[in-house]
Design a protein around this ligand. Structure first.
Ligand code: ARG
Length: 471
């Protein structure tokens, strides 16, 4: 392509066409508005491609030099914000190539030798994912570390912070606050692991697959794969240009991560309500109301809950776009980017905001322990105490159930009924003393202080493991 054609406003594929593209076509089919952010990856891919073309003898060293230097200029223009797009730039790939050709003339027109936008876009997007998903993983682990440090601090208070554990949002059994916080940490570490797993699988370079079938030119995909830092080159050119499994996998991993964040969010909405009062947010991480002067709202927590829908939507839109697509490239595939970019951006922001919110919040130890010492939370311990005296659990369950019923019916504290009960008595009544029920919960992985040190050790090891995978 000569410089004249480009400035005349021709598209890169103009040769076969008599007329230029309609404005409506460009407006509808362009992807530049969102794939612009692939510019650095596009330049990296082009550099590797040019070096490979030179080393296999398709491109002269001097043409290679001219293209490399034009790519350096283009990079500098992007970095300084002086790169100007033209109306014929359909996407980031055409924009970079058009500019390289403007700068390097005929040499620039050789850049696209043996390459198609189909293998180019697949390469760019994988490079982008390798960098950005790593960042997301980093923020996942950072949030886990916030949870763990709050958990450790909660355990080193005297007494260790405790709250009711719930099933069906009904009081169930007392748990350490550290145990509750670490439950979320474990879920998030699985998310980090899923992202690492997706990264490992996507580490394949599609460059050299061409439009769909490879090339009659002696390309060397291994060279470009090595130069770009991919683990390996593609094995099948059709698969290389049509595979978007990695986009779907990342969107799934982010959706599940988003679901976990939404569950954390929901709890903080509850915990910071007047009814629970278990925690209060730092001013910097709460919002006010434009009308109600007294309000302090947990908007970060609410959005962590609300945005999960959008993350799931992005996964569903990509899966739906992919289903039924024949091999190999179809323009539908262009629809992979906005959902992917959106999910990565949203989840990164959510992770950072939640980490800030949780690390600066204040726990109300008093409110939590009063709730944790509610009599009904001791019911299971009473039954287990009877079991240790030899009573079959089903029968023990019945005995304690009748204590609860009697307490409710007669408005008498359970502890008084227990003390007077022939099968329970004074010793069983000791279980109602503050913190005792929790203290007794020490089977492996349990919610009491006896089991906490081992869990902490396991969690720290898992965090170290996750970090090592990122280094
Ligand atoms: N903008 C396109 C995309 O994002 C690049 C590939 C276009 N290839 C083509 N043959 N039309 O998928």
């Amino acid at each position: 392509m000569s410089e004249k054609n480009v400035s005349d406003g021709a598209a890169l594929w103009h040769g076969r066409f008599e007329l230029g593209p309609a404005d409506e076509l460009m407006a509808y089919t362009e992807s530049l508005s969102f794939d612009m952010r692939l510019w650095a990856d596009d330049i990296a891919g082009s550099r590797a491609h040019v070096s490979m073309l030179v080393s296999v003898g398709i491109l002269s060293a001097s043409d290679g030099q001219a293209i490399h230097s034009a790519l350096n200029t283009v990079e500098a223009e992007f970095l300084s914000g002086s790169f100007t797009f033209e109306p014929t730039d359909e996407d980031i790939h055409t924009a970079v190539e058009r500019r390289v050709t403007q700068i390097a003339g005929d040499a620039g027109a050789r850049l696209h030798t043996g390459r198609s936008r189909n293998d180019q876009v697949a390469t760019d997007l994988r490079l982008w994912c390798k960098r950005e998903v790593r960042t997301v993983r980093h923020h996942v682990v950072a949030l886990v570390e916030v949870l763990e440090s709050r958990a450790a601090a909660a355990d080193s208070a005297t007494p260790p912070l405790r709250l009711p554990g719930y099933t069906h949002v009904q009081h169930a059994q007392p748990v350490l606050l550290s145990h509750h916080l670490r439950a979320h940490a474990w879920a998030l570490l699985r998310d980090a692991d899923r992202l690492a797993d997706a990264l490992e699988r996507l580490d394949v370079s599609p460059l050299g697959a061409g439009a769909l079938a490879g090339s009659s030119l002696p390309l060397n995909p291994q060279l470009t794969a090595d130069e770009l830092g991919f683990a390996r080159p593609f094995a099948n050119s059709l698969d290389a240009v049509s595979d978007r499994d990695y986009v779907a996998e990342i969107l799934f991993a982010i959706s599940l991560l988003g679901v976990h964040l939404s569950r954390i969010g929901e709890e903080w909405v509850l915990w910071t309500s007047a009814e629970f009062g278990f925690a209060s947010l730092d001013d910097a991480y709460a919002t006010g109301s434009s009308m109600l002067p007294q309000k302090k709202n947990a908007d970060i927590a609410e959005l962590a809950r609300g945005k999960a829908g959008r993350l799931i939507g992005n996964l569903v839109s990509v899966l739906t776009m992919l289903k039924g697509l024949p091999l190999a490239y179809n323009r539908d595939l262009q629809e992979d980017k906005e959902p992917l970019f959106d999910s990565v951006d949203q989840v990164r922001r959510a992770l950072i905001a939640l980490a800030g919110m949780i690390s600066t919040a204040t726990f109300n130890a008093e409110r939590m322990s009063v709730a944790a010492d509610t009599e009904a939370l001791v019911a299971t311990d009473l039954a287990e105490w009877l079991v240790q005296k030899g009573m079959p659990f089903r029968q023990a369950h019945g005995v304690v159930g009748s204590v609860v019923r009697e307490s409710l019916a007669s408005h008498t504290p359970m502890v008084d009924i227990v003390r007077a009960h022939p099968e329970l008595g004074d010793e069983a009544a000791q279980l109602f003393a503050s913190g005792v029920a929790l203290q007794r919960r020490q089977s492996p992985g349990a919610a009491g202080p006896g089991a906490a040190p081992l869990q902490r050790q396991l969690l720290l090891a898992e965090i170290a493991n996750a970090k090592e995978k990122m280094s």
